[in-house]
Ligand binder design. Structure first.
Ligand SMILES: NC(=O)c1ccc[n+]([C@@H]2O[C@H](COP(=O)([O-])OP(=O)(O)OC[C@H]3O[C@@H](n4cnc5c(N)ncnc54)[C@H](O)[C@@H]3O)[C@@H](O)[C@H]2O)c1
Length: 447
Protein backbone atom coordinates (compact mmCIF):
# COMPACT_ATOMS: atom_id res chain seq x y z
CA UNK A 1 0.00 0.00 0.00
CA UNK A 2 1.98 2.97 -1.16
CA UNK A 3 -0.67 5.45 -2.21
CA UNK A 4 -3.47 7.23 -0.48
CA UNK A 5 -6.34 5.42 -2.16
CA UNK A 6 -5.18 2.01 -1.02
CA UNK A 7 -4.47 3.53 2.38
CA UNK A 8 -8.03 4.87 2.42
CA UNK A 9 -9.42 1.44 1.65
CA UNK A 10 -7.31 -0.08 4.36
CA UNK A 11 -8.47 2.44 6.93
CA UNK A 12 -12.10 2.00 5.92
CA UNK A 13 -11.89 -1.71 6.50
CA UNK A 14 -9.91 -1.42 9.68
CA UNK A 15 -12.35 1.12 11.05
CA UNK A 16 -15.21 -1.28 10.43
CA UNK A 17 -13.26 -4.19 11.78
CA UNK A 18 -12.28 -2.20 14.84
CA UNK A 19 -9.15 -2.71 16.84
CA UNK A 20 -9.05 -6.42 16.24
CA UNK A 21 -7.89 -5.68 12.69
CA UNK A 22 -9.64 -8.78 11.38
CA UNK A 23 -8.38 -8.29 7.85
CA UNK A 24 -7.01 -10.58 5.20
CA UNK A 25 -4.32 -13.15 5.47
CA UNK A 26 -0.99 -11.35 5.89
CA UNK A 27 1.29 -12.60 8.66
CA UNK A 28 0.75 -9.51 10.75
CA UNK A 29 -3.00 -9.66 10.39
CA UNK A 30 -3.12 -13.34 11.29
CA UNK A 31 -0.91 -12.47 14.24
CA UNK A 32 -3.46 -9.83 15.29
CA UNK A 33 -6.37 -12.26 14.86
CA UNK A 34 -4.73 -14.64 17.26
CA UNK A 35 -4.84 -11.82 19.79
CA UNK A 36 -1.12 -11.10 19.65
CA UNK A 37 0.32 -7.61 19.37
CA UNK A 38 1.52 -6.08 16.15
CA UNK A 39 4.91 -4.43 16.25
CA UNK A 40 4.62 -0.71 16.94
CA UNK A 41 4.02 1.17 13.71
CA UNK A 42 3.59 -2.04 11.65
CA UNK A 43 0.54 -0.56 9.96
CA UNK A 44 2.17 2.77 9.12
CA UNK A 45 2.44 2.96 5.37
CA UNK A 46 4.00 5.59 3.18
CA UNK A 47 1.55 8.46 2.62
CA UNK A 48 1.92 11.00 -0.12
CA UNK A 49 -0.54 13.31 1.58
CA UNK A 50 -1.22 13.13 5.30
CA UNK A 51 -4.92 13.82 5.83
CA UNK A 52 -5.45 15.32 9.25
CA UNK A 53 -8.33 15.75 11.67
CA UNK A 54 -7.42 18.45 14.18
CA UNK A 55 -8.95 18.65 17.68
CA UNK A 56 -8.51 21.67 19.97
CA UNK A 57 -7.44 24.75 18.04
CA UNK A 58 -6.66 27.05 20.95
CA UNK A 59 -3.32 28.59 21.92
CA UNK A 60 -0.98 25.69 21.15
CA UNK A 61 -3.36 24.03 18.70
CA UNK A 62 -3.41 27.29 16.72
CA UNK A 63 0.38 27.18 16.41
CA UNK A 64 0.40 23.57 15.14
CA UNK A 65 -2.56 24.26 12.87
CA UNK A 66 -0.86 27.16 11.08
CA UNK A 67 2.34 25.13 10.75
CA UNK A 68 0.43 22.25 9.19
CA UNK A 69 -1.18 24.60 6.69
CA UNK A 70 2.24 25.27 5.20
CA UNK A 71 4.02 21.96 5.62
CA UNK A 72 4.27 20.14 2.30
CA UNK A 73 2.07 17.03 2.17
CA UNK A 74 -0.13 17.96 5.15
CA UNK A 75 -3.84 18.45 4.45
CA UNK A 76 -6.35 19.41 7.13
CA UNK A 77 -9.61 17.65 6.30
CA UNK A 78 -11.59 18.07 9.52
CA UNK A 79 -11.50 20.33 12.55
CA UNK A 80 -13.04 19.94 15.98
CA UNK A 81 -13.38 22.38 18.86
CA UNK A 82 -16.03 23.18 21.45
CA UNK A 83 -15.69 26.93 20.88
CA UNK A 84 -17.24 28.61 17.86
CA UNK A 85 -14.66 31.41 17.97
CA UNK A 86 -11.79 28.88 17.62
CA UNK A 87 -13.50 27.14 14.70
CA UNK A 88 -14.09 30.48 12.95
CA UNK A 89 -10.50 31.54 13.47
CA UNK A 90 -9.21 28.24 12.08
CA UNK A 91 -11.49 28.45 9.02
CA UNK A 92 -10.16 31.92 8.44
CA UNK A 93 -6.56 30.66 8.49
CA UNK A 94 -7.49 27.91 6.03
CA UNK A 95 -9.15 30.40 3.68
CA UNK A 96 -6.18 32.74 3.85
CA UNK A 97 -3.86 29.84 3.04
CA UNK A 98 -6.04 29.08 -0.01
CA UNK A 99 -6.71 25.50 1.16
CA UNK A 100 -9.98 23.53 0.86
CA UNK A 101 -12.47 24.10 3.71
CA UNK A 102 -12.30 21.30 6.29
CA UNK A 103 -15.45 19.73 7.74
CA UNK A 104 -16.39 21.09 11.14
CA UNK A 105 -17.09 19.04 14.29
CA UNK A 106 -18.46 21.33 16.96
CA UNK A 107 -21.16 19.36 18.76
CA UNK A 108 -19.46 19.29 22.13
CA UNK A 109 -16.77 17.58 24.15
CA UNK A 110 -17.10 14.12 22.60
CA UNK A 111 -17.64 15.14 19.00
CA UNK A 112 -14.04 14.10 18.27
CA UNK A 113 -15.40 10.54 18.29
CA UNK A 114 -17.58 11.29 15.26
CA UNK A 115 -14.60 12.89 13.55
CA UNK A 116 -12.39 9.87 14.25
CA UNK A 117 -14.95 7.66 12.50
CA UNK A 118 -14.39 9.38 9.14
CA UNK A 119 -12.73 7.14 6.64
CA UNK A 120 -10.59 9.80 4.97
CA UNK A 121 -8.14 10.69 7.74
CA UNK A 122 -4.63 9.38 8.36
CA UNK A 123 -3.79 11.33 11.50
CA UNK A 124 -5.75 12.79 14.40
CA UNK A 125 -3.81 15.62 16.02
CA UNK A 126 -4.97 16.97 19.36
CA UNK A 127 -4.04 20.02 21.41
CA UNK A 128 -6.86 19.89 23.94
CA UNK A 129 -6.80 20.14 27.75
CA UNK A 130 -5.09 17.16 29.40
CA UNK A 131 -8.15 15.09 30.31
CA UNK A 132 -8.99 14.61 26.63
CA UNK A 133 -5.58 13.44 25.39
CA UNK A 134 -6.05 9.74 26.12
CA UNK A 135 -9.68 9.44 24.92
CA UNK A 136 -8.84 11.25 21.68
CA UNK A 137 -5.70 9.18 20.97
CA UNK A 138 -7.57 5.96 21.70
CA UNK A 139 -10.51 6.95 19.48
CA UNK A 140 -8.08 7.83 16.69
CA UNK A 141 -6.16 4.55 16.77
CA UNK A 142 -9.29 2.47 17.31
CA UNK A 143 -10.57 3.94 14.07
CA UNK A 144 -7.37 3.25 12.14
CA UNK A 145 -5.69 6.68 12.41
CA UNK A 146 -2.32 7.63 13.79
CA UNK A 147 -2.52 9.86 16.87
CA UNK A 148 -0.50 12.92 17.81
CA UNK A 149 -1.10 14.61 21.11
CA UNK A 150 0.09 17.61 23.01
CA UNK A 151 1.84 17.09 26.35
CA UNK A 152 1.51 15.28 28.68
CA UNK A 153 0.06 12.34 26.75
CA UNK A 154 -1.47 10.81 29.89
CA UNK A 155 -1.72 11.56 33.60
CA UNK A 156 -1.47 8.02 35.04
CA UNK A 157 0.42 4.79 34.47
CA UNK A 158 -2.83 3.00 33.65
CA UNK A 159 -3.70 5.51 30.94
CA UNK A 160 -0.13 5.41 29.63
CA UNK A 161 -0.47 1.64 29.25
CA UNK A 162 -3.75 2.13 27.38
CA UNK A 163 -1.90 4.18 24.77
CA UNK A 164 0.90 1.62 24.48
CA UNK A 165 -1.52 -1.30 24.24
CA UNK A 166 -3.68 0.38 21.62
CA UNK A 167 -0.68 1.46 19.53
CA UNK A 168 0.72 -2.07 19.62
CA UNK A 169 -2.63 -3.69 18.87
CA UNK A 170 -3.32 -1.47 15.90
CA UNK A 171 0.24 -1.08 14.62
CA UNK A 172 -0.31 2.67 14.45
CA UNK A 173 1.73 5.56 15.80
CA UNK A 174 0.89 7.48 18.93
CA UNK A 175 3.26 10.43 19.15
CA UNK A 176 3.47 12.93 21.97
CA UNK A 177 4.46 16.27 20.50
CA UNK A 178 7.30 17.37 22.79
CA UNK A 179 8.46 20.48 20.99
CA UNK A 180 11.38 21.16 23.35
CA UNK A 181 13.21 18.22 21.75
CA UNK A 182 13.53 20.50 18.71
CA UNK A 183 14.77 23.62 20.46
CA UNK A 184 18.10 24.86 19.08
CA UNK A 185 20.32 24.32 22.18
CA UNK A 186 18.70 20.93 22.93
CA UNK A 187 19.33 19.80 19.36
CA UNK A 188 22.96 20.95 19.57
CA UNK A 189 23.45 19.03 22.84
CA UNK A 190 22.02 15.88 21.24
CA UNK A 191 24.47 16.34 18.37
CA UNK A 192 27.37 16.84 20.80
CA UNK A 193 26.37 13.75 22.77
CA UNK A 194 26.12 11.64 19.62
CA UNK A 195 29.57 12.83 18.55
CA UNK A 196 30.97 11.84 21.93
CA UNK A 197 32.02 15.37 22.87
CA UNK A 198 30.54 15.11 26.38
CA UNK A 199 31.69 11.50 26.86
CA UNK A 200 29.45 8.99 28.60
CA UNK A 201 26.38 10.86 29.83
CA UNK A 202 26.11 10.30 33.57
CA UNK A 203 23.63 12.86 34.78
CA UNK A 204 21.05 15.39 33.65
CA UNK A 205 19.01 18.11 35.31
CA UNK A 206 15.90 19.50 33.73
CA UNK A 207 12.51 20.92 34.47
CA UNK A 208 9.70 23.25 33.61
CA UNK A 209 10.12 26.45 35.54
CA UNK A 210 7.75 29.05 34.24
CA UNK A 211 5.73 31.56 36.20
CA UNK A 212 2.29 30.65 34.84
CA UNK A 213 0.21 32.42 37.48
CA UNK A 214 -1.08 34.98 34.99
CA UNK A 215 -1.94 32.26 32.47
CA UNK A 216 -3.64 30.09 35.08
CA UNK A 217 -5.84 32.98 36.21
CA UNK A 218 -6.63 34.39 32.77
CA UNK A 219 -10.25 34.52 31.62
CA UNK A 220 -9.58 32.54 28.46
CA UNK A 221 -7.33 29.78 27.14
CA UNK A 222 -5.59 27.77 29.84
CA UNK A 223 -7.14 29.93 32.55
CA UNK A 224 -10.33 27.94 31.87
CA UNK A 225 -8.85 24.55 32.79
CA UNK A 226 -5.19 24.39 33.85
CA UNK A 227 -5.59 25.89 37.34
CA UNK A 228 -8.13 23.23 38.22
CA UNK A 229 -5.46 20.50 38.06
CA UNK A 230 -3.61 22.27 40.88
CA UNK A 231 -6.63 21.57 43.10
CA UNK A 232 -6.41 17.83 42.33
CA UNK A 233 -2.79 16.85 41.64
CA UNK A 234 0.03 17.40 44.13
CA UNK A 235 3.02 16.34 42.07
CA UNK A 236 4.68 17.28 38.80
CA UNK A 237 1.81 17.47 36.32
CA UNK A 238 3.92 18.83 33.47
CA UNK A 239 7.09 16.74 33.33
CA UNK A 240 7.95 16.41 29.66
CA UNK A 241 9.36 19.76 28.45
CA UNK A 242 12.67 19.48 30.27
CA UNK A 243 12.74 15.69 30.40
CA UNK A 244 12.14 14.83 26.73
CA UNK A 245 15.40 16.24 25.37
CA UNK A 246 17.60 14.80 28.13
CA UNK A 247 15.83 11.43 27.84
CA UNK A 248 16.81 11.40 24.18
CA UNK A 249 20.44 12.22 25.05
CA UNK A 250 20.40 9.39 27.61
CA UNK A 251 18.88 6.80 25.23
CA UNK A 252 15.81 6.21 27.38
CA UNK A 253 13.79 3.34 25.84
CA UNK A 254 16.64 2.84 23.37
CA UNK A 255 19.49 1.33 25.35
CA UNK A 256 18.43 2.43 28.82
CA UNK A 257 15.16 2.77 30.69
CA UNK A 258 13.83 4.76 33.63
CA UNK A 259 14.01 2.50 36.68
CA UNK A 260 12.55 4.35 39.67
CA UNK A 261 11.74 7.82 40.95
CA UNK A 262 11.62 9.63 44.28
CA UNK A 263 9.86 12.94 44.65
CA UNK A 264 9.31 15.82 47.08
CA UNK A 265 7.23 18.97 46.95
CA UNK A 266 7.20 22.23 48.84
CA UNK A 267 3.93 23.44 50.35
CA UNK A 268 1.45 25.11 48.04
CA UNK A 269 1.44 28.91 48.37
CA UNK A 270 1.87 30.65 45.00
CA UNK A 271 -1.62 30.25 43.54
CA UNK A 272 -3.31 30.89 46.87
CA UNK A 273 -1.33 34.14 47.27
CA UNK A 274 -2.21 35.16 43.73
CA UNK A 275 -5.91 34.38 44.29
CA UNK A 276 -5.95 36.39 47.52
CA UNK A 277 -5.17 39.51 45.45
CA UNK A 278 -8.25 39.08 43.23
CA UNK A 279 -11.38 41.20 43.81
CA UNK A 280 -13.14 40.32 47.10
CA UNK A 281 -16.15 38.79 45.32
CA UNK A 282 -14.09 36.67 42.89
CA UNK A 283 -15.08 33.00 43.48
CA UNK A 284 -11.55 31.87 42.54
CA UNK A 285 -10.40 33.18 45.93
CA UNK A 286 -12.14 30.14 47.47
CA UNK A 287 -10.31 27.54 45.41
CA UNK A 288 -8.01 25.24 47.40
CA UNK A 289 -4.76 24.32 45.70
CA UNK A 290 -2.80 21.25 46.74
CA UNK A 291 0.01 21.25 44.20
CA UNK A 292 3.39 21.94 45.82
CA UNK A 293 4.90 25.06 44.28
CA UNK A 294 8.27 23.42 43.60
CA UNK A 295 8.33 19.71 42.93
CA UNK A 296 11.70 17.95 42.68
CA UNK A 297 12.02 14.37 41.50
CA UNK A 298 15.10 12.20 41.15
CA UNK A 299 15.09 9.49 38.52
CA UNK A 300 17.48 6.54 38.42
CA UNK A 301 17.90 4.69 35.15
CA UNK A 302 18.37 0.94 34.81
CA UNK A 303 22.00 1.55 33.86
CA UNK A 304 22.57 3.65 36.96
CA UNK A 305 22.54 7.19 35.56
CA UNK A 306 20.59 9.97 37.29
CA UNK A 307 18.20 12.78 36.36
CA UNK A 308 16.91 15.64 38.50
CA UNK A 309 13.50 16.84 37.29
CA UNK A 310 11.68 19.92 38.59
CA UNK A 311 8.33 21.59 38.18
CA UNK A 312 8.03 25.18 39.34
CA UNK A 313 5.19 27.19 37.78
CA UNK A 314 3.38 28.94 40.64
CA UNK A 315 6.00 31.36 41.97
CA UNK A 316 7.57 34.55 40.59
CA UNK A 317 10.69 33.61 38.64
CA UNK A 318 12.32 33.83 35.19
CA UNK A 319 11.82 30.98 32.74
CA UNK A 320 14.12 27.94 32.72
CA UNK A 321 14.23 24.29 31.70
CA UNK A 322 17.70 23.95 33.34
CA UNK A 323 18.95 21.65 30.59
CA UNK A 324 22.08 20.19 32.18
CA UNK A 325 23.62 17.23 30.40
CA UNK A 326 26.81 16.05 32.08
CA UNK A 327 29.21 13.40 30.85
CA UNK A 328 32.66 12.03 31.53
CA UNK A 329 34.25 14.60 29.21
CA UNK A 330 32.20 17.72 29.75
CA UNK A 331 28.94 19.42 30.56
CA UNK A 332 26.29 21.57 28.89
CA UNK A 333 24.10 23.82 31.01
CA UNK A 334 21.19 25.96 29.87
CA UNK A 335 19.78 29.29 31.01
CA UNK A 336 22.14 30.83 30.01
CA UNK A 337 23.56 28.24 27.62
CA UNK A 338 27.15 27.34 28.43
CA UNK A 339 29.61 24.54 27.86
CA UNK A 340 32.67 23.08 29.50
CA UNK A 341 34.71 20.47 27.64
CA UNK A 342 37.80 19.06 29.31
CA UNK A 343 40.98 19.81 27.40
CA UNK A 344 39.20 22.32 25.23
CA UNK A 345 37.58 24.89 27.51
CA UNK A 346 39.79 27.02 29.76
CA UNK A 347 40.32 25.26 33.12
CA UNK A 348 37.28 25.27 35.43
CA UNK A 349 35.55 27.97 33.32
CA UNK A 350 32.32 27.99 31.35
CA UNK A 351 32.31 29.00 27.69
CA UNK A 352 29.31 30.54 25.99
CA UNK A 353 27.47 27.84 24.06
CA UNK A 354 27.10 30.14 21.03
CA UNK A 355 30.74 29.52 20.27
CA UNK A 356 29.94 25.87 19.53
CA UNK A 357 27.10 26.35 17.02
CA UNK A 358 29.37 26.61 13.96
CA UNK A 359 30.77 23.16 14.82
CA UNK A 360 27.80 21.35 16.38
CA UNK A 361 24.63 22.99 15.03
CA UNK A 362 22.13 20.22 14.48
CA UNK A 363 21.40 19.60 10.77
CA UNK A 364 17.65 19.87 11.42
CA UNK A 365 18.10 23.37 12.74
CA UNK A 366 20.40 24.37 9.90
CA UNK A 367 17.80 23.28 7.38
CA UNK A 368 14.50 24.25 9.01
CA UNK A 369 15.33 26.84 11.67
CA UNK A 370 14.99 29.77 9.25
CA UNK A 371 11.68 28.47 7.76
CA UNK A 372 10.03 28.13 11.15
CA UNK A 373 11.07 31.57 12.39
CA UNK A 374 8.12 33.58 13.71
CA UNK A 375 5.87 30.50 14.05
CA UNK A 376 5.53 29.55 17.71
CA UNK A 377 8.36 29.06 20.25
CA UNK A 378 11.09 30.08 17.82
CA UNK A 379 11.23 27.43 15.15
CA UNK A 380 10.87 24.36 17.32
CA UNK A 381 7.12 23.87 16.84
CA UNK A 382 7.51 24.06 13.09
CA UNK A 383 10.40 21.56 13.03
CA UNK A 384 8.44 19.21 15.31
CA UNK A 385 5.37 19.27 13.05
CA UNK A 386 7.50 18.97 9.93
CA UNK A 387 9.27 15.88 11.33
CA UNK A 388 6.00 14.11 12.11
CA UNK A 389 4.55 14.71 8.65
CA UNK A 390 7.86 13.78 7.04
CA UNK A 391 7.99 10.50 8.98
CA UNK A 392 4.50 9.57 7.75
CA UNK A 393 5.40 10.49 4.19
CA UNK A 394 8.67 8.59 4.13
CA UNK A 395 7.62 5.53 6.12
CA UNK A 396 10.20 6.21 8.81
CA UNK A 397 9.71 6.03 12.56
CA UNK A 398 8.73 9.35 14.15
CA UNK A 399 11.44 10.73 16.45
CA UNK A 400 9.25 10.18 19.51
CA UNK A 401 7.17 7.05 19.97
CA UNK A 402 4.40 5.80 22.22
CA UNK A 403 6.96 4.42 24.71
CA UNK A 404 8.43 7.91 25.10
CA UNK A 405 4.93 9.35 25.47
CA UNK A 406 4.11 6.82 28.21
CA UNK A 407 7.35 6.88 30.18
CA UNK A 408 7.78 10.66 30.12
CA UNK A 409 4.12 11.30 31.04
CA UNK A 410 3.44 8.73 33.77
CA UNK A 411 5.65 10.80 36.10
CA UNK A 412 2.55 12.90 36.80
CA UNK A 413 1.12 10.07 38.89
CA UNK A 414 4.41 8.60 40.09
CA UNK A 415 5.66 11.89 41.56
CA UNK A 416 2.42 12.20 43.49
CA UNK A 417 2.60 8.66 44.87
CA UNK A 418 6.20 9.14 46.01
CA UNK A 419 5.66 12.47 47.71
CA UNK A 420 2.56 11.17 49.48
CA UNK A 421 4.70 8.31 50.84
CA UNK A 422 7.61 10.20 52.34
CA UNK A 423 9.45 10.23 49.02
CA UNK A 424 9.65 6.46 48.80
CA UNK A 425 10.81 5.12 45.43
CA UNK A 426 8.18 4.30 42.83
CA UNK A 427 9.11 1.90 40.03
CA UNK A 428 8.57 2.90 36.42
CA UNK A 429 6.68 0.42 34.30
CA UNK A 430 8.80 -0.87 31.44
CA UNK A 431 6.46 0.19 28.67
CA UNK A 432 8.82 -1.29 26.07
CA UNK A 433 8.41 -4.77 27.66
CA UNK A 434 12.18 -5.24 27.63
CA UNK A 435 12.76 -3.89 24.11
CA UNK A 436 14.77 -0.97 25.51
CA UNK A 437 17.68 -3.43 25.74
CA UNK A 438 17.83 -3.94 21.99
CA UNK A 439 16.20 -0.77 20.60
CA UNK A 440 18.72 1.37 18.72
CA UNK A 441 19.51 4.85 20.08
CA UNK A 442 17.94 7.78 18.27
CA UNK A 443 20.61 8.97 15.89
CA UNK A 444 21.34 12.45 14.76
CA UNK A 445 17.91 13.08 13.40
CA UNK A 446 18.45 13.69 9.73
CA UNK A 447 17.32 16.86 8.02
N1 LIG B 1 4.26 22.22 23.83
C1 LIG B 1 4.07 23.45 24.28
O1 LIG B 1 4.95 24.30 24.25
C2 LIG B 1 2.72 23.79 24.82
C3 LIG B 1 2.39 25.12 25.10
C4 LIG B 1 1.10 25.38 25.54
C5 LIG B 1 0.20 24.35 25.71
N2 LIG B 1 0.58 23.08 25.45
C6 LIG B 1 -0.36 21.95 25.58
O2 LIG B 1 -1.34 22.11 24.54
C7 LIG B 1 -2.59 21.65 25.01
C8 LIG B 1 -3.61 22.76 24.84
O3 LIG B 1 -3.16 23.89 25.56
P1 LIG B 1 -3.53 25.37 25.07
O4 LIG B 1 -2.59 26.28 25.74
O5 LIG B 1 -3.63 25.41 23.60
O6 LIG B 1 -4.97 25.51 25.73
P2 LIG B 1 -6.20 26.34 25.15
O7 LIG B 1 -7.20 26.36 26.24
O8 LIG B 1 -5.71 27.62 24.58
O9 LIG B 1 -6.73 25.45 23.95
C9 LIG B 1 -7.47 24.27 24.13
C10 LIG B 1 -8.48 24.19 23.00
O10 LIG B 1 -9.16 22.94 23.10
C11 LIG B 1 -10.57 23.19 22.95
N3 LIG B 1 -11.25 22.08 23.60
C12 LIG B 1 -11.42 21.86 24.93
N4 LIG B 1 -12.04 20.68 25.12
C13 LIG B 1 -12.27 20.15 23.90
C14 LIG B 1 -12.88 18.95 23.43
N5 LIG B 1 -13.36 18.03 24.27
N6 LIG B 1 -12.98 18.76 22.10
C15 LIG B 1 -12.50 19.68 21.23
N7 LIG B 1 -11.90 20.81 21.61
C16 LIG B 1 -11.78 21.05 22.93
C17 LIG B 1 -10.78 24.54 23.58
O11 LIG B 1 -11.97 25.17 23.17
C18 LIG B 1 -9.54 25.29 23.09
O12 LIG B 1 -9.74 25.87 21.82
C19 LIG B 1 -2.38 21.23 26.45
O13 LIG B 1 -2.15 19.86 26.47
C20 LIG B 1 -1.12 21.95 26.87
O14 LIG B 1 -0.43 21.28 27.87
C21 LIG B 1 1.82 22.79 25.00
Amino acid sequence: MTDNSSRRDFLKVSAVAGVAMSLGASGEQAHARRGKRLPYGANAKRLETVRIGFVGIGGMGGAHFRNLLRIPGAEIRAICDIKESKIKRALNWVAKAGKPTPEVYDRGETDFERMCERDDLDLVFNATPWQFHVPICLAAMKNGKHAATEVPAALTRKDSWKLVDMAEKTGLYCVMMENCCYCRPELMVLNMVRQGVLGEVMHAECGYMHDLRGVKFSRGGEGLWRRDFATKIKGNFYPTHGLGPVAQCMNINRGDCFDYLVSMSTPSRGLQDYASRLKPDDPRRNEKYIQGDVNSSLIKTKKGYTIVLQHDCNLPRPYSRINIVQGTKGIFQGYPDRVFIEGRSPGHKWEEADKYYPEFEHPLWTKHGPTGKGFGHGSMDYIEDYRLIEALRTETLPDMDVYDAASWSCIVEMSQISLENKSRPVDFPDFTRGKWKTNKPLGIIGA
